[in-house]
Design a protein around this ligand. Structure first.
Ligand SMILES: [Fe+2]
Length: 265
């Protein structure tokens, strides 16, 4: 399928997104902070996806589509945080599904062909799923992989900055209001030692959450993403904010081995 994306239509989508986010002017400072956080995250994910896309050789139309997907992937987050005061899907709503509903309601993709609409909906739907389905349209899977990588890169940017920030500025929504208790969960250890991504249901505290993010290394699709993770030292930055522990050292041995192996392959 040849992808064709008109730059004027793309600009209309950008305008819609900016106007839509502006409708969320919250009285509560904490919620407004999280609206701004997701807006800034979205802008950076757009840049990340363009960088990965360019490095793997996408043409201009495919890059425009990738940027639209990045722009819209977290559309549901704004209503989620303002309505439920959390980014935890299990305690509120599936933010990807909510985003698709909103995009359909506002007919944001009306200027595009049905095949493009379906690609965007598909990538938005799968961007936050624990794993991708085995059977789906190849283009859908490709753009889903792209947004998953770009999204992870910026989440790693946000959380590593947050973990290393000294003093105040606590924002529970970033870490899903998880308790900062000692130890790690047995299931999280088991997942990572077996080179699997961590099931969010097993995450019980902040240490587990940090390990879940380090374990994303097992779910990266493109070499430029792995290169960025390494160059920006995201794994080291996560390790530095975890306690000294034999189990955590073992986990990071497996993770680092996997990262170095992917470099040489
Ligand atoms: Fe995101």
């Amino acid at each position: 399928m040849k992808i064709l994306i008109d730059s004027i239509k793309q600009a209309e989508v950008k305008k819609w997104f900016t106007d839509y986010v502006h409708t969320f002017k919250m009285v509560d400072r904490n919620i407004q902070q999280n609206i701004d956080l997701k807006k800034d995250h979205t802008m950076r994910v757009c840049r990340e996806i363009l960088q990965i896309g360019a490095q793997i050789g996408l043409d201009e139309d495919a890059l425009r589509l990738a940027e639209i997907i990045a722009l819209l992937h977290d559309t549901g987050r704004f209503e989620q945080i303002s309505r439920y005061q959390t980014f935890m899907d299990s305690k509120s709503v599936d933010h990807a599904e909510l985003g698709i509903k909103i995009l359909k309601h506002f007919e944001v993709l009306k200027p595009f062909d049905d095949s493009i609409k379906e690609l965007v909906y598909c990538a938005v739907k799968y961007h936050s799923k624990p794993s991708l389905p085995v059977i789906e349209n190849e283009n859908c899977l490709f753009f889903s992989r792209l947004i998953r990588d770009a999204d992870k890169l910026d989440i790693l940017n946000v959380v590593t900055e947050y973990y290393h920030k000294n003093g105040g500025g606590k924002n529970g929504a970033i870490v899903l209001d998880l308790p900062d208790t000692p130890g790690i969960s047995y299931e999280v250890y088991g997942n990572l030692i077996n080179r699997s991504i961590v099931n969010i249901e097993h995450v019980t505290n902040l240490n587990d959450f940090k390990l879940l993010q380090a374990g994303w290394i097992f779910d990266i699709n493109f070499q430029p993403t792995l290169d960025s993770i390494k160059n920006r030292r995201y794994l080291e930055l996560i390790r530095e904010v975890l306690p000294e522990s034999k189990e955590i050292d073992e986990i990071f041995d497996v993770i680092n081995l996997s990262l170095n192996y992917s470099e040489n392959s």
